[in-house]
Design a protein around this ligand. Sequence first.
Ligand code: DQA
Length: 161
Amino acid sequence: MLSILVLNGPNLNMLGKREPEVYGSQSLQDINQALLQMAESLDITLTFFQSNHEGALVDEIQAALSRHQGILINPGAYTHTSVAIRDALAAVALPTVEVHLSNIHQREAFRHHSYIAPIAVGQISGFGSDSYRLGLEGLVRHLRQSLKAGALRVDMLETDA
Ligand code: DQA
């Protein structure tokens, strides 16, 4: 069964309360719950992790190597600043999809650049909480295509992780 790590960066624990006119009224728990429902029908396993700390996100990405086949990430503000998160994702080389609730390209200029996008399979931005669902669907399709093509090794997974 495919296993995917769902990572959320700083301030996303405040979704629902945080600038609802920009990020909507759903909490991160609501979003994760909807993803879990999707996971059931897609027959995949999800693991959730949110942190406001760059190093904690780097640790989780490194640990993902032996546990998961793909990463769905909303890096929050670290999208625009973190070489460390990009390097961690490049180091583990797990297929990654970047998601944003808001359309970062429509907002302030400092949000237009993503350090993550060049090493991601793709980026989904601007669909509110649906960005996560669309991102998960895209990632699962990508992983299944890679599996079919023999380009993904599931036998390397630690079964007790
Ligand atoms: C965000 C966009 C970022 O620019 C911002 O710093 C966030 C949330 C989004 O989901 O729209 O924290 O990643």
